[in-house]
Design a protein around this ligand. Structure first.
Ligand code: COA
Length: 259
């Protein structure tokens, strides 16, 4: 895999994807989108991976779309670009493995949106969140008007998108944008602890839970509950269900195989 803007490695069952354009605070351009698509393909095909961590550096998770490439765009260019962004985001969201955004520094614009398509968000105390697109005369295009609204509710979404101002990690925690807030010095270790905890859960059940929760906003409650019932019953066909329940009854820790 030839990557130009992203670092990618795997420790046992945990894959880490690190955005790597530090000179522009990890601003997202066409190369980043292409690299993320390639990495996502590789993760889909690697059965050993149980958890994916998406991260940046200490200054920035990502400062949004690369404004330098934007300046000359016409509507057709903008459409092509944002189509790729949304496609990439959807691929990440529908990855059959849990994803963690590990955030230090700026997570603004497309960076904030990228964090929002991860399943869980852990942030350092220097993290800054915002949707500043309005200040450029545009609106967010990577899903914020839809996903942020679902995450924090209409009032707070309108506040963040209309004002385009930044909020700190503490406020992001209060708003429900992030799940965990830790000191910057502990971010890597706490992220790996969380990733390892998730990697020990039964992967098939985690995938089912992810699919069900992801679709909960898109289907009515009757169909959502029907699907939950079917997944619930299906999981009784897995070895991991037998292992989980036997381990409980035998008073030991379960060892889930992902089958
Ligand atoms: N696109 C392109 N370049 C970007 C960028 C972006 N989204 N965000 C930051 N950069 C570049 C800056 O131009 C600067 O480059 P330079 O050193 O060649 O001048 C470098 O990254 C460092 O950024 P700087 O603005 O000096 O850092 P800061 O700490 O003062 O401010 C931000 C950080 C995030 C508040 C500020 O960079 C910013 O507002 N960025 C744009 C965010 C945005 O609007 N994103 C949505 C785009 S649709």
């Amino acid at each position: 895999m030839e990557l130009r803007t992203v670092n990618y490695w795997r420790d046992d069952e945990i894959a880490t994807v690190q955005l790597n354009r530090p000179e522009v605070l990890n601003a997202i351009n066409e190369d980043v989108l292409a690299d993320l698509a390639e990495v996502t393909r590789s993760i889909i095909n690697d059965d050993k991976i149980r958890v994916v961590v998406l991260t940046g550096n200490e200054q920035a998770f990502a400062a949004g779309a690369d404004i330098k490439s934007f300046v000359a765009y016409n509507p057709s260019d903008a459409h092509k670009y944002i189509h790729k962004v949304q496609k990439g985001m959807s691929q990440l969201l529908s990855l059959g493995k849990p994803t963690i955004a590990s955030i230090a520094g700026y997570a603004v614009g497309g960076g904030c949106e990228l964090a929002m398509v991860c399943d869980l968000r852990i942030a350092a105390d220097n993290a800054v969140f915002g949707l500043p697109e309005i200040n450029l005369g545009i609106v967010p295009g990577g899903g914020a008007t839809q996903r942020l609204t679902r995450l924090v509710g209409e009032g707070k979404a309108k506040e963040l998108v209309f004002l385009g101002s930044m909020i700190n990690a503490q406020k992001a925690l209060e708003y429900g944008i992030i799940n965990f807030l830790v000191p910057l010095a502990d971010l890597k270790e706490e992220t790996m602890k969380l990733a390892r905890k998730l990697s020990r859960k039964p992967p098939v059940a985690i995938q089912a839970a992810k699919e069900l929760i992801n679709l909960s906003f898109d289907v009515d409650i009757f169909n959502g509950l029907m699907m939950e019932k079917e997944k619930f019953a299906y999981l009784f066909s897995t070895e991991d269900q037998k292992e989980g329940m036997n381990a409980f009854l035998e008073g030991r820790k379960a060892d889930f195989k992902g089958r």
